[in-house]
Ligand binder design. Sequence first.
Ligand SMILES: [Zn+2]
Length: 713
Amino acid sequence: MTSNFLNRMAIVAAGCVAMLVSGNGAAAETAAKNPLLEKWTGPYQGVPAFDRYKVEQFEPALEAAMAENLAEIDRIAADPAAPTFENTIAALERSGRTLARVHSIYGIYSSNLATPEFQAVEQKMEPKLAAFQDRIVQNEPLFQRVAAVYEAREKSGLTPEQQRLVWVYYNNFARSGAKLDGPAKAQLSEVNQELASLYTTFSQRILADENDPLTVLESEKDLAGLPASFVAAAAATAEERGNKGRWAIANTRSSVEPFLTFSDRRDLREKVWRTFVMRGDNGDKNDTKAVITRILKLRADKAKLLGYPTYAHRMIEDQMARTPEKATELMEAVWKPAVARVREEVADMQAIAAKEGAKITIEPWDYRYYAEKVRKARYDLDENQIKPYLQLEKLREGMFWVAGQLFGFEFVPVSGVPVSQPDIRVFEVKKAGRHVGLWYFDPYARAGKRSGAWMNEYRPQERFDGEVPTIVSNNSNFVKGKPGEPILVSWDDASTMFHEFGHALHGLSSNVTYPTLAGTNVARDYVEFPSQILERWLDTPEVLNKYAVHYQTGKPIPAELVEKIKRASKFNQGFATIEYLASAVVDMKLHLAGDATIDPDAFEKQTLAALGMPKEIVMRHRTPQFSHIFADDGYAAGYYSYLWADTLSADAWEAFTEAKGGPYDKDVAARLTQYVFSAGNTVDPAEAYRRFRGRDAGISALMRKRGFPEPAK
Ligand SMILES: [Zn+2]
């Protein structure tokens, strides 16, 4: 997933060349005292001063930066000259620079360093930021200027990129209520502020439910089946949480999933599974259900105010899919073959359980465990055989090598750039000797860091007032081992590393003029395409032979093991597809339900029953913990995007496999760079894809990738 904390849908102006226009801006006055308000200084055209930021600086910095931005906006809106691209759209692109910087750091604290003190700041500032965004969108004279430039865009001598930028601004204003009358605007602004508070509440409750409930294992008997590396990490977690001498399973995906895969103790698997899937659903102070009901009601109100049948229609209108029906059509096409595959997978697992004499029926807490046994039996492939070859740092080197082959990038470690934690590293990215950007790498779990893995853009690339290089980061939650010991990761985690690195490369490849259109600031059902396709290079022999080396012997992964991995690549796709798709369908239906009052648990249950959800699988993100859609607006009615983008990534990958040079074919890589990775949002995504592939992507490659029967022609 990507994380663009500066929501460009609403904060319309952003960037990073500070334009403090005059001394009367509040920001200019307080800058001397508040490091957050200062321009980024130092090498690489400035880097964040992480060594100088403090939580108490955020509120005054955000207030000052918002005030400064509003003053800029007022000047643009009040310009006596007739509206032009330059005095309106380009001026908006130049404005808000201080706020963009402050907000970027604020976002990093929110996801990576969320102490209780910081969370209190967020609770206070989120509604204020929402109100601020509305003040810009609802500025009538400003919108009239934007609309005038939009109307004249085809006959004003603008470049295609400028025309696209004008459309983006106009569309964002219009979709956010710029055309409404006064009372409706006021109502919308109230809705937005309440939503902003609710998103913060939701995120903080889920974070609390991931931080707190540990499953503590008391004795060696509780460790049956667990790999040594996992036991060591569990011991470290226990020690960290004041339980020295025991073992603790944190309530996060990266701890829970390996436990469910390997633990022989069915009772403990069930316990760990229940704790995890009940996040936000325990009827206690961290319960999210009432928050969700209210969010959905407010979103329905918002859609109605803005003239859309439902919130789903509003959210999908300017995506690649365009309509909820189009997105649903794709999900339906995949659902049935995936369920059929689940039936086969369950039958295989049931057979193994019976053979072992376990008198059980496969339950959700058994799925990963028995799937692993089937994998061993059928493909002679054991996750623990692979893991010694997957060292975090070696994989990072492998990613760098792939980036060199495909994009000509070179990564050089740098020191002296401030970081917020001593274990975060910074790399300079170069192409043909020229500086491209910085890549921050924050791989380790810590309290206050949200779970999962993500990419973040600290600063977008741009060049309209001079070249500004991008700064991006990759973040994950690997548990640190003992000092000096390499961190061994699972195949899934390795895949995720490549995925997030794909987002980073999307940002780093950006070659556009205006920051609003840069890098990963594209439609959300398109943004996962570059990241998903990058996953495909992990199992190329070039990467495996050189970078998947045994952590003790240094020997490359044996060819027959690679062969086994390849043969098993379509294994368990029923499970993976259904756990994802169930979440995507529930998301869509929640946002198509109009203003019905929704009880999240009941709605989930009914929707899954109507869908024919296999009882052996639970949604990847149950409604009460579905951060993609309730922690912010990002993926609301948009979780389908991963499948949508995968049709593109599967089809695009075949462009490589069809080519002479295979995965490293230089011509295909050049086209991928030119039309996809470097283009940002300068081109309509459907058009960009067509330019890369020469045609639209069908569903066939996706079905082949997952090993499902292809649709009849
Ligand atoms: Zn992603």
